[in-house]
Design a protein. Structure first.
Length: 339
């Protein structure tokens, strides 16, 4: 079988790789689509994602969809369309007993955070534990299901803000996670959702997905104290400072976009003077099941996927994904086109 390997910074190759054999409790999948995430871009263009450095060849990818190839238990028939929860959880810790996505010692597909690295999904065949598999409902195409993992991230972030019924929400950053955060806020009952970004092209995509208002940072004025909740999806320090100004008194800012593990300048004065709740959010727990159902009900979310690139041009796919003007979610195709 073929797989994409990141060997080091800007060193990527598609190579023949031995086909894996499932053991008891595992399922082998034929992978058809893999989305490129921000962490994948960091691994390729920088050779590291924050503190996690590529120390051995790494197969990237944790956003995937495909079909069952072999289930030794016989529970899932070959050809069953599926997506995957990419986490294996670690050991419980005090204060997070009910939050396994926060437990230390776990792993995530396509991650250099473990040693040996946890190889990812950008391969024609993939072995996962049976409990990681999610069968797709009728009417959800395999191609759209590749968005289940990032949509679960967005739904978890929206959940961190509490009840959004009737809320006025700002999504800061209109990249793929920002667009899915727009959908998540809507699904959780937000009355109005505005989206901000420094670029015009991502804002056009947000309008197409039903944003009530779009704000071009640097050209339009971001209204002060106007939002109940801000979902900050860019990870830019300036945007975090702007979120503190835009949220109302005793409002909530959820930091969705990742930042490097190092000091960055952020203006915390508005958070203090307005008693704003600044909350972190990390991956997700069970929200992938809600994401699958939402994707089945919202065919317009197909529009988040702007590019489907064949496996043989995986390097080109990474370069397209890096250009936020040119693309939103870029997907590598490993299976049958049009499925």
């Amino acid at each position: 079988m073929r797989a994409v390997w990141i060997d080091s910074k800007e060193q990527l190759a598609v190579r023949e790789t031995p086909e894996p054999e499932p053991r008891e409790g595992e399922v082998r999948l034929s992978v058809e689509y893999v989305g490129i995430c921000g962490s994948d871009l960091h691994y390729y263009f920088e050779g590291a994602n924050g503190e996690y450095v590529v120390k051995e060849p790494l197969v990237p990818g944790h956003e995937l969809s495909g079909r069952v190839d072999l289930d030794p238990s016989g529970r899932l028939a070959p050809g069953t369309p599926v997506t995957v929860h990419p986490a294996r959880f670690g050991s419980p810790v005090r204060g997070a007993e009910q939050d396994p996505h926060l437990w230390p010692g776990g792993s995530y597909l396509g991650s250099a955070s473990t040693w040996p690295h946890t190889q990812g999904a950008m391969a024609e065949r993939l072995i996962v534990r049976a409990d990681m598999v999610r069968v797709l409902p009728d009417g959800l195409p395999v191609r759209r299901a590749v968005l289940a993992e990032p949509l679960a991230v967005a739904l978890h972030a929206a959940g961190r803000a509490g009840d959004l019924s009737g809320a006025r929400v700002l999504v800061s950053g209109a990249g793929p996670i920002g667009l899915l955060a727009l959908a998540a806020a809507r699904a959780r009952g937000a009355a109005e959702v505005a989206v901000s970004d420094v670029l015009a092209e991502p804002l056009e995509r947000a309008r197409a997905l039903g944003a009530d208002e779009t704000i071009r940072v640097g050209e339009d004025t971001l209204p002060a104290e106007s939002f109940d909740v801000v979902l900050e999806c860019s990870g830019a320090p300036a945007a975090i400072s702007a979120a503190g100004a835009a949220v109302r008194r005793r409002g909530t800012v959820v930091q969705v976009g990742m930042l490097p593990n190092e000091p960055r300048p952020v203006n915390l004065a508005p958070f203090i003077s307005k008693e704003v709740a600044l909350l972190g959010t990390f991956r997700f727990h069970t929200e992938i099941d809600e994401a699958v159902a939402l994707l089945a009900a919202r065919p317009e979310l197909d529009e988040v996927i702007t590019d489907v690139v064949p496996l043989d041009d995986a390097e080109g796919a990474f370069r397209i994904a890096r250009d936020a003007r040119r693309s939103s979610k870029v997907v590598v195709s490993l299976g049958r086109p049009g499925a």
